[in-house]
Design a protein around this ligand. Structure first.
Ligand code: CU
Length: 262
């Protein structure tokens, strides 16, 4: 049902959906039960001619049962929800399967910048690929992301993965996902981060493994500006930087350009 509105495209997205269903069903049942009881009591004990109102303290044992029994059952439901939530949390946040690829995701007011490895498979090398609007990932491969923020709190939100992770200035937060189907989907910021928070978006392109390898080869060493101009191939390092500094320098230049635009 949730999938009808938004596809479920990571190895843990269906676990999150099942948790949402569990909470909806259990909370929904008690909500409906409480409302039905409430309105029935209003109707059943409405004012009627010739019937005097009674003062009921509710202290008698037989009356207290109406509180104690549902109360205990609701506590049991709470425990069920907590256990299910911890299981999903553990799977998504407490485990870190070995990475097939590691990318850097940098948030800032109000854009996403992605630094991805080139064909050498390693970050911070001259063949890194920079982009400000699309994260390219391979299907059926475990991708680690290193999430950073350059200014305020943001949140990396990929709805189709059911993935949401805050980006905290000064910290590098590592997370993971494994996409299960190819396609292009939204990335959003889900932490109010300033006046343009609502338009802080990007896309994730889930590619077949062959497409991804070809994309890596054709864009190796592309700094952010060249990427948008559609150029491929190795980019020259900005003046005054060593080759190893080039990716960082390109990212800094791109961020500076974004700052000026804002
Ligand atoms: Cu934001």
């Amino acid at each position: 049902m949730i999938e009808h509105y938004i596809p479920s495209l990571s190895t843990y997205s269906s676990d999150v959906d099942q948790l949402v269903w569990l909470v909806t069903i259990l909370v929904g049942f008690w909500f409906v039960a409480a409302e039905v009881m409430f309105f029935w009591l209003i109707w059943r004990f409405r004012a009627r001619a010739g019937v005097a109102a009674q003062y009921v303290t509710g202290k008698e044992k037989r009356l207290k049962r109406w509180i104690n029994v549902p109360h205990t059952l609701i506590l049991v439901c709470d425990v069920l929800i907590i256990v299910a939530a911890i299981r999903v949390w553990y799977k998504v946040k407490q485990t870190l399967p070995p990475a097939d690829e590691t990318v850097r995701v940098i948030s800032q007011q109000w854009t996403w910048t992605f630094q991805q490895p080139g064909p050498d498979g390693r970050l911070d090398t001259p063949d890194d690929i920079f982009s400000a609007d699309t994260l390219h990932v391979p299907v059926n491969r475990t991708v680690h992301f290193q999430l950073e923020s350059k200014d305020v709190l943001h949140s990396f939100f990929v709805p189709v993965f059911r993935l949401k992770q805050d980006a905290v200035p000064g910290r590098v937060i590592t997370g993971w996902f494994r996409a299960t189907r190819t396609g292009v989907h939204d990335i959003r910021c889900s932490q109010i981060c300033g006046v343009a928070h609502g338009i802080m978006s990007a896309e994730i392109e889930i590619q077949s493994q062959e497409q991804h390898a070809a994309w890596m080869r054709s864009h190796a060493g592309t700094p952010i500006g060249a990427f948008h101009a559609g150029a491929g191939g190795a980019a020259p390092a900005p003046a005054g930087t060593t080759t190893a500094d080039a990716p960082r320098a390109a990212l800094a230049a791109a961020a500076a350009a974004a700052d000026t635009r804002n």
